[in-house]
Design a protein around this ligand. Structure first.
Ligand SMILES: [Zn+2]
Length: 347
């Protein structure tokens, strides 16, 4: 929490004119990523606004698997280059807005902000592949008292036509928080999910979220055979979602999927990573390989709808609430995966 005396934002006359009934301090507390496993709590300037941007008072931010990966690696080629304020999942309320912001946004409004926005003009955006936008804008800075939301993110999301819904397949999964969400959403759709993980804690959660079987890969010799043994005629799952972010699990996913099946390589591996595959297994088994990246505005909206319906409950995924000042130590704990799924960070 900032100890500085609150005052009106000095962000140019136009913005100042638009700030109503709210005082914003000039300094704020934020978690700044400097590099690999180097996250520092610092006092920095509250972001300044352009005339078409808004400022949120962050009420709660959430950690996710990408954060843990980026914290370990120290950067993300597309999403964040240090030094930068870290974090990208948050809820907050609008406390300041530029003069030219669309009037449907109002001071005091409680909002959730996407962490990226496509340009809507490039080749991929025109084809409904906004996640592949040539100029995808990422917005970081949720682990702070205040966060600036660029105009592009404030724009109404249009409908797009791509999707990655899977049918009624059995799935084998490897995972962290994202993998558990796959377990939950697929189970809700009637998919018989087999969950795989290295530790007991996430497997307990997976069973609670609807997995029909779980396999602890550290205790199971012959993981591929063990998964196949749980499927009809030992053919393997119709679909495999790889959400562990590991070259070895990419290979296992290919080895366990049923002929004619789908492998969803959901996790991203760092540039320069190579895995060995046998093309014959792909061609003669007619495997379909997909590797969806990020999300489109439409999926963001659908995720909110899933929460509204109750398909996803915060209680199933948020294991703890911490103060912003404790975030660096929390990442150290998450590194050893002591049962955390998502942490709620309160500035
Ligand atoms: Zn674009």
């Amino acid at each position: 929490m900032s100890a500085t005396t609150p005052k009106k934002m000095e962000v140019g006359e136009e913005v100042k004119a638009a700030v109503t009934h709210v005082t914003v301090p000039s300094k704020m507390t934020a978690a700044v990523l400097y590099g690999s496993e180097d996250l520092r709590i610092e006092k920095i300037d509250v972001p300044t606004l352009a005339v078409d941007e808004v400022l949120l008072r962050v009420r709660l931010a959430l950690t996710d698997g990408t954060d843990l990966k980026v914290w370990k690696r120290g950067y993300h080629a597309k999403m964040i280059q240090p030094p930068a304020v870290f974090g990208h999942e948050l809820v907050g309320e609008i406390v300041a807005m530029g003069k030219r912001v669309d009037p449907r946004w109002r001071i005091g409004m409680r909002v959730i902000a996407a962490n990226s926005a496509p340009c809507l003009r490039c080749y991929h955006c025109r084809r409904g592949q906004e996640n592949l936008c040539d100029d995808l804008l990422f917005n970081n800075g949720a682990y702070a008292d205040y966060m600036r939301i660029p105009s592009r993110i404030l724009r109404p999301a249009r409908h797009s036509r791509n999707g990655c819904a899977h049918g009624r397949h059995r799935g084998g999964h490897r995972f962290g928080p994202i993998g558990l969400k796959f377990v939950r959403m697929l189970s809700r759709r009637g998919v018989r999910v087999i969950a795989l993980a290295r530790r007991a804690a996430p497997l307990d959660v997976a069973r609670r979220l609807g997995a029909v079987a779980t396999i602890n890969v550290t205790e199971t010799p012959g993981v591929v055979a063990a998964v196949k043994a749980l499927t009809e005629d030992q053919r393997g799952p119709d679909a495999v979602v790889e959400a562990a972010g590991n070259p070895a699990t990419w290979q296992q996913a290919l080895a366990m999927v049923c002929r004619g099946g789908v492998v969803n390589f959901f996790s991203g591996l760092p540039s320069g990573t190579h895995i060995e595959i046998e093309p014959a297994t792909i061609h003669y088994s007619e495997l379909k390989l997909i590797s969806p990246f990020h999300h489109t505005p439409r999926f963001f909206r659908e995720a909110l709808e899933a929460i509204r319906r109750g398909d996803i409950s915060a209680h199933d995924f948020v294991t703890e609430e911490i103060r912003l000042a404790d975030l660096p130590r929390a990442f150290e704990r998450m590194k050893s995966r002591s049962g955390e799924i998502k942490l709620a960070v309160r500035p």
